[in-house]
Ligand binder design. Structure first.
Ligand code: SF4
Ligand code: SF4
Length: 343
């Protein structure tokens, strides 16, 4: 195994070294207690033990709202400078589930007709993974996403005294190369410490969801009253979609200025939980009820996506449950549906 050890007190110098070469983003705790990926200003603010960031990595690749291009009668189309130019970035501190989620987004944004905005940002961003601290809402182990063996440039696992560092790509190798004085090749003792970390980490998960035959269970339970019971509490706020690392829907709109000669095309995150989401020209809404919209969210993740890409579109991060102001717990709903189906 091509691995290194980084002593704990070498992390700050390493991040500063990265910052001299590229824009660096890392997890920071806010006054509210939330952890977010923020632009690195002071390595002392970086947290290496946290459960989940409020917004996942998708905010770096499919922006919450962005101008795709501007148009004008005189100049034609212009792509914003930020997209047209290559922008080197490093994101430090991505958990295994979030790295898996990015691979799910890749299937959508880079499949068939690659999205050039997403592709350019993926290409110019190096990813450094970091071991996580699960809580009672995490169930990534049920989807096999609590451990990651690719999809990163480097992966840091916290072991006593520092980090066990694995190299995933040649770009990751180059990142180590520019700070080689800070790293030491991992020895037998480091490997042992890493194996101990893996064992302990696996034992920390308390939540589980049975994934076998899940598409069939959901289809069987399409007409269940449980959807309506959850929908009675749902506010249709869309928070569950916004925080979800694998929800990728966006809406597109054109904005013209008053001269009708210039304007912009913008895309903005959307949610299938919004009432207008399935409304078409003429005003017909294909999913007028909140129960249908809730069902749509789960069907997309556990029925439609696996039918197309042979994997569930959920990584068990627990964000949707943590963010729901109505206390709707999708895992509990899935468990209830399974229980009802087998009663
Ligand atoms: S559905 Fe919920 S638990 Fe699954 S990836 Fe999305 S936010 Fe995380
Ligand atoms: S976060 Fe909760 S209340 Fe808001 S749309 Fe999602 S399920 Fe409904």
């Amino acid at each position: 195994m091509n691995a290194y050890k980084l002593p704990e007190d070498h992390l700050s110098p390493f991040l500063l070294r990265l910052g001299s070469q590229a824009e660096v983003y890392a997890p920071e705790r806010q006054a509210s207690g939330e952890v977010i990926f923020a632009r690195l200003t002071d390595p002392a603010r970086v947290v290496t033990e946290y459960t989940r960031t409020t917004l996942p990595l998708k905010k770096f690749f499919s922006l919450p709202s962005e101008v795709m291009f501007r148009f004008s009668v005189d100049r034609g189309y212009e792509v914003p400078e930020e997209i047209a130019s290559v922008h080197r970035r490093v994101i430090f501190g991505a958990h295994a589930c979030d790295l898996h989620a990015l691979q799910i987004l890749d299937r959508t944004f880079l499949h068939d007709q690659p999205d050039p905005y997403y592709a350019q940002r993926r290409e110019s961003t190096a990813l450094i993974g970091l071991s996580c601290t699960p809580d009672e809402l995490c169930f990534c182990n049920s989807f096999g996403t609590g451990f990651v063996s690719d999809g990163y440039d480097l992966f840091f696992a916290a072991v006593p005294g520092g980090f066990f560092v694995q190299i995933g790509t040649t770009r990751g190798n180059d990142l180590i190369g520019m700070a080689k004085d800070l790293f030491a090749p991992a020895d037998e003792a480091d490997l042992l410490a890493y194996r101990r970390y893996l064992k302990e980490h696996n034992g920390k998960f308390t939540r589980e969801v049975t994934t076998s035959a899940l598409p069939g269970i959901l289809e069987l339970e399409t007409g269940s009253a449980l959807w309506g019971e959850a929908a009675d509490r749902c506010l249709g706020c869309g928070s569950c979609s916004m925080v979800c690392p694998t929800c990728y829907c966006f809406s597109v709109s054109d904005r013209l200025d008053l001269s009708l000669k210039t304007g912009e095309r913008r895309r903005t995150w959307d949610s299938c939980l919004f009432k207008e989401y399935a409304t078409v020209a003429g005003g017909h809404n294909f999913r007028p009820g909140r129960d249908a919209r809730l069902r749509q969210r789960l069907f997309h993740k556990f029925v439609d996506f696996p039918a197309r890409f042979e994997r569930y579109a959920c990584v068990g991060c627990g964000r949707c449950t943590a963010a729901c102001p109505a206390g709707i717990d999708f895992v509990a709903l899935i468990k209830d549906l399974r229980r009802e189906a087998s009663a």
